[in-house]
Design a protein around this ligand. Structure first.
Ligand code: ATP
Ligand code: MG
Length: 317
């Protein structure tokens, strides 16, 4: 599926190298990135790029499709096991590729734990619920734990050192840095055969840096751009994107409103394909609930965080 840039009609050596230098290394990246952004980053002219992007879209066939074609493409969708049968059922079989799944919840509820578990599971063969790919983990809070990946991998039948090598980490220090890294993913994902991209957490830097009402619009616009890039990435490379998000106090709850208010507002709500809210259950269990999805029913499933990662509850527990 991955063809070189020169396969695009009208792209010669020079244009190709300009595109590459700006980070657009695949036909997919050229096809799905907004023209203005490519123009800004490459310095190529508008008319020229208009033709190039149209030709690129023809190659990856993303302009007009019939519902049948979409159906065919969706059949290529893969699902990554969470390690818990109940959670997998909640997600219609596992975390989907070609989609963005958002894990929402309070601190310490297990969002990062689930991401670490998925980072191991994604490496497994398909027959074992994996995606047979590597993982790119964008860590904005410094909470990625290699020790945890090591023990989860050992417990799930993988060579732990190999499993660690298959997780490519990007420690991100600011929202600008995060934007750069997300741009870079269009190049990095095919290079590394990444089948799972984790962003933990999606908006902590944005929230920390853009404070006050006057900067809200700018923050939301940037966040929106980044979320849409991630979604395009998921579709272009048939990979799963998982992002985490915190909850914020919702004053409206005192007047009968919904007490769950994920950060990031409408932008976050609209960009993510499946939204999952995780809360603490009884006796140390966790409960995940699908709160917004185009086709998953609003249901709940309980799970446990253990030394092995994520597991189903047993009679004993
Ligand atoms: N080996 C383990 N066995 C059992 N439970 C564990 C283990 N390791 C971590 N946990 C549980 O996971 C919790 C931490 O969860 P996690 O770091 O995923 O939270 P989070 O939702 O990412 O929070 P934050 O919003 O602060 O990032 C711990 O409080 C603990 O209950
Ligand atoms: Mg966390």
């Amino acid at each position: 599926m991955l063809e070189s840039l020169e396969a695009i009609k009208g792209v010669g050596d020079q244009t190709a190298s300009k595109l590459r230098r700006a980070g657009f290394t695949t036909v997919e990246a050229v096809a799905v990135t907004p023209l203005r952004e490519i123009m800004f980053k490459t310095g190529l002219g508008y008319e020229n790029l208009l033709k190039i992007t149209q030709e690129a879209r023809k190659l990856v066939r993303i302009d007009f499709t019939t519902a049948k074609e979409l159906w065919e493409r969706r059949k290529g969708m893969l699902r990554c096991s969470t390690g818990s049968k109940r959670l997998n059922e909640l997600f219609g079989g596992g975390i989907e590729t070609q989609a963005m799944t958002e894990l929402i919840g309070e601190y310490g509820v297990g969002k990062t734990q689930l991401c670490l578990m998925l980072s191991v599971m994604a490496q497994l063969p398909r027959s074992q619920g994996g995606l047979e790919g590597s993982v790119i983990y964008v860590d904005t809070e410094g909470t990625f734990s290699p020790e945890r990946v090591y023990s989860i991998a050992s417990a799930n039948g993988l060579d732990p050192e190999q499993a660690l090598s298959n997780v490519i980490l990007a420690r991100v220090y600011s929202s600008d840095h995060q934007c750069l890294i997300i741009d870079h993913l269009f190049k990095k994902c095919p290079e590394e055969n990444a089948k799972l991209v984790v962003v933990d957490s999606m908006i902590s830097h944005f929230r920390g840096e853009y404070v006050g009402r006057e900067s809200l619009a700018e923050r939301q616009q940037l966040l929106n751009q980044n979320l849409h890039k991630l979604l395009r990435l998921a579709e272009a490379y048939n990979l799963a994107v998982v992002v985490t998000n915190q909850v914020q106090a919702n004053p409206a709850q005192f007047y009968g409103g919904n007490p769950i208010r994920p950060a990031g507002g409408n932008i976050m709500a609209h960009a993510c394909t499946h939204r999952v809210y995780i809360r603490r259950g009884r006796k140390g269990t966790r409960v995940a609930k699908v709160i917004d999805s185009p086709y998953l029913p609003e249901a709940e499933a309980s799970f446990l965080i253990t030394d092995k990662g994520i597991e189903d509850m047993t009679e004993a527990s």
